[in-house]
Design a protein around this ligand. Structure first.
Ligand code: MN
Length: 293
């Protein structure tokens, strides 16, 4: 799907319709994240189920934290690193490492176990860690597909440099770039680095939910400034973002809403409570596989 050349007399400039302040939450073995959702007041922003901003943190040798073995069913976990070195294992037998700019796109589907955290080398040396984990829902027809995995390296990202700006697209079509990630529903995912005053713009895919989040710094969309730790929901045809801080690292996400009921409990996201009970039952019976180390 192309999102270019949609400019017309009827195109509207995107404006901010909602600002969501991230709350602090603790994940896994004690990793503190900034989380715009899910919270008590905002369950999800269809098709996105969770948005966890991890770090940036500096950890001492031996003090890095991750998550121990845990299951997922019914959606995808998408992890993008801005800084640091991470390691992951899963019950499909995958074992991988990630560095800055890499994305791990895991489709849990019918069920998988995984663990994730700083790499062994980073754990020994100490270091920095900064990243984003997103949960992307799957439609009912795909919730029980076999688990799968995409290892998207930084060098595979579609990249364009403009004065004061770098645009990287990991999945979908944004900023006239096409990302390498394969998605089950229409999703696009971009990371912008902006100097103060730098402006970049893109057509937005029609009908998508659009989220803009500064991981570092601040930016403006129309007349609205979006500060670090604030997630903006924007609406319109053409998105123009302008760097406000000296250097801003900004995530732009779009996704076509799935429009189905969401039943969720912890690591399982299905359509009905009965399916959640079945997920617990299957997990306890061992159908998700077993930890591999
Ligand atoms: Mn997980």
């Amino acid at each position: 799907m192309t999102t270019t050349n949609r400019t017309s007399a009827h195109s509207t400039s995107a404006t901010v319709s909602r600002l969501v302040r991230a709350q602090h939450a603790v994940e896994g073995d004690g990793f503190v994240v900034r989380r715009p959702f899910p919270t008590a007041s905002l369950s999800h922003l269809d098709p996105f189920l969770l948005f966890d901003h991890m770090g940036p943190i500096e950890f001492e040798p031996g003090k890095g934290v991750g998550t121990p073995w845990h299951p997922h069913r019914g959606f995808e976990t998408v992890t993008y690193l801005l800084e640091g070195d991470a390691e992951h294992r899963d019950s499909m037998g995958n074992h991988g490492f990630m560095s800055a700019g890499d994305t791990q796109w895991m489709t849990a589907g019918s069920g998988v176990l995984h663990k994730e955290g700083p790499s062994g080398a980073a754990q020994s040396a100490g270091g920095r860690m900064h990243g984003l984990q997103l949960w992307v829902n799957l439609p009912a027809a795909k919730k029980m597909i076999p688990p799968a995995y995409q290892d998207l390296r930084a060098e595979a990202n579609a990249v364009r440099h403009e004065p004061g700006a770098t645009v990287r697209v990991i999945a979908g079509d944004l900023f006239e770039l096409h990302g390498p990630g394969s998605t089950h529903t229409p999703i696009s995912y971009a990371h912008l680095t902006l100097e103060a005053g730098a402006t970049v713009s893109t057509s937005l895919p029609a009908g998508h939910r659009v989220l803009v989040y500064p991981m570092i710094g601040a930016l403006s969309v129309g007349d609205t400034q979006i500060d670090e730790g604030i997630l903006a929901v924007v609406e319109g045809d053409i998105l123009e973002v302008r760097g406000v801080a000296d250097q801003s690292e900004v995530i732009v996400l779009t996704g076509e809403p799935i429009g189905e009921p969401v039943a969720r409990y912890g690591p399982f996201v299905m359509n009905t409570e009965a399916e959640i009970r079945q997920a617990f039952s299957d997990f306890e019976r061992g159908t998700f596989g077993a930890p591999l180390d």
